[in-house]
Design a protein around this ligand. Sequence first.
Ligand code: THU
Length: 130
Amino acid sequence: MITAQQMFENALRVRDRAYAPYSHFAVGAAVLSSGGNIYCGCNVENASYPCGTCAEAGAIAAMVAAGERQIEAVLVLADSPCILPCGNCLQKIAEFGSAETVIYSADLKQIVKTQKLGDILPQSFSAGDM
Ligand code: THU
């Protein structure tokens, strides 16, 4: 049984690998899949700024590459009072999650907030809208 603390430890570790020479804002993310696995990601910036990717995007890509497609929880971690996934990442999480998907915000010491995706992104575009 994966705990939020295990997600925190994984996100803290992968944050050390962030490539953030432009913003100097390192982010780590851990995704818990329905298969009970943790997938991690860090932000990877680029000299062409819009080409950079968020930590959550890396973690979600790792989950999909491993053959999983259902997100139970996401933990995003940075040296910030209460970081939340950006709008783009909320949409990415929604693709593989549900209103019940848990979103943990963490600083470098602990989880500081626990919310559900449905609270943060109550409405969004989805496959059903096409
Ligand atoms: N960033 C993330 O990795 N995740 C978020 O949810 C918010 C922002 C990154 C993108 C960029 O590399 C840096 O933080 C500053 O915006």
